[in-house]
Design a protein around this ligand. Structure first.
Ligand code: HPA
Length: 270
């Protein structure tokens, strides 16, 4: 495992002209941040040794090295989902490669169904915490010596990043929600009873990603900031049929706000 991570990191290091400390994972329908990246050097997942290849429509599958907010960054356009059939080791493989490349901060984004009755479609939810509802734990198995066997998760989402995002949102008149993201395996969207269950469990939004990557990032001591775009509502009385297309459309409408916040945060990170 470690050898494969290092092999991939070495391949990328040879192609990189920069030394980014911040990485961004662009979720479903949230790829337009990539258009703001300048001095781009793009590498397709299919050309990267040991990288899984993403299969879902709307996930184009490439690593982007470039500049954003005056800093070197790297971005993943498209991620690997458990429901695609990848193991958790594969889903989180890029995070460990990031760790080898010297990444210190990880910004994650996703689309989700809101279970909080105060949420509206198109809301940006700053993730304050998560609930791991996946059937397999990404750290199951021999401990990779990037971190402890029993990692702390008391502050999975960096409080300083959350404060920074709130300040920026306030300065720019961007309305944001805060909440707990529950990650489940998918690929079905929830039944009304499942949305209700997840809300009772403490979730404000539910989606099919992010949690595995965040767990592995924290194991590697990478600081995490997460944003979820509420693309549909799992709230009694407001539940309507959901499709991947609608999720993408709602995410698309919300993404300029997310881009603005993330770009400004990168500018302010010292
Ligand atoms: N449930 C799970 N995943 C999702 C949803 C949802 O309602 N919306 C977008 N991703």
């Amino acid at each position: 495992m470690l050898e494969r991570i290092q092999e991939t990191a070495n391949y990328l290091r040879n192609k990189m002209q920069t030394r980014p400390e911040t990485a961004i994972i662009l979720g479903t329908g949230l790829g337009s941040l990539a258009e703001e990246i300048t001095d781009k050097n793009e590498i397709l997942y299919k050309d990267i040794p040991n990288f899984p290849v993403s299969t879902v429509e709307g996930h184009s599958g490439k690593l982007i090295f470039g500049r954003l907010g005056g800093k070197d960054i790297m971005a993943m356009q498209g991620r690997f989902h458990y429901y695609e059939g990848y193991s958790m080791k594969e889903v989180t493989f890029p995070i460990r490669v990031m760790r080898e490349l010297g990444i210190k901060n990880l910004f994650v984004s996703n689309a989700s169904g809101g279970t909080n009755p105060n949420f509206k479609i198109g809301d940006l939810m700053i993730i304050t915490d998560h609930i791991n509802y996946f059937p397999e734990h990404p750290l199951r198995g021999r401990n990779i010596p990037y971190g402890p066997r029993f990692p702390d998760m008391s502050e999975a989402y960096d409080k300083e990043f959350i404060r920074m995002a709130d300040t920026i949102a306030q300065e720019r008149g961007i309305h944001v929600q805060h909440g707990v993201y529950l990650g489940t395996q998918g690929p079905t969207f929830e039944t009304p009873s499942e949305y209700k269950l997840f809300h009772i469990l403490g979730a404000d939004a539910v989606g099919m990603s992010t949690v595995p990557e965040v767990i592995v990032a924290r194991h590697c001591n990478i600081r995490v900031f997460g944003v979820s775009v509420v693309t549909d509502l799992g709230v009694e009385g407001k539940i309507i049929e959901v499709s991947h297309e609608e999720v993408q459309k709602a995410a698309d409408a919300a993404q300029p706000k997310m881009t603005e916040i993330m770009k400004e945060m990168i500018k302010r990170i010292s």
